[in-house]
Design a protein around this ligand. Sequence first.
Ligand SMILES: CC(C)(COP(=O)(O)OP(=O)(O)OC[C@H]1O[C@@H](n2cnc3c(N)ncnc32)[C@H](O)[C@@H]1OP(=O)(O)O)[C@@H](O)C(=O)NCCC(=O)NCCS
Length: 126
Amino acid sequence: MIHKGVAHACYTPITIDEAPDLKCYVLAPLAVLPEFQRKGLATQLMDLVEKELQPDVVFIAGEKHHYGRRYNTPHKIGLPVKSEMPLENWFAKEFKAGILQGIVSNTTVTGPYSNPKQWAHPSEQF
Ligand SMILES: CC(C)(COP(=O)(O)OP(=O)(O)OC[C@H]1O[C@@H](n2cnc3c(N)ncnc32)[C@H](O)[C@@H]1OP(=O)(O)O)[C@@H](O)C(=O)NCCC(=O)NCCS
């Protein structure tokens, strides 16, 4: 069960330049109030939104211990801005098997997440 006001997830459309027909999102920010963390709420929220959005791919930038298991599709897709963030912190999850295979591409995003300040190294984010 999701409790309103406890967990927040924002999904912004993002375009893979070499595969513009794919329905892709970047998930940021994702946050759960400290006293409700480690109870699976972020996982429940992501499951729920993915069911509604029916994406081809979701990207997320962050730490491997948080996202490496769920967002585990190997890829060669770049960040949408110039950033110090290592690509090993840029995770993807494809929702149709093999959909990212063979694609080498940059990405484009518009709106607040086109500001490079939003794409700092994970260690500088909090
Ligand atoms: C990251 C965050 C959104 C996870 O929310 P949550 O409800 O606690 O997450 P869940 O309980 O659904 O767990 C999701 C995964 O993260 C892992 N995880 C969560 N907190 C962790 C921690 N402090 N250390 C290690 N792993 C952690 C869980 O084990 C789980 O991994 P799994 O799917 O491989 O089992 C939440 O901890 C948060 O808001 N943190 C503060 C902001 C932050 O640090 N964001 C991350 C920036 S990279």
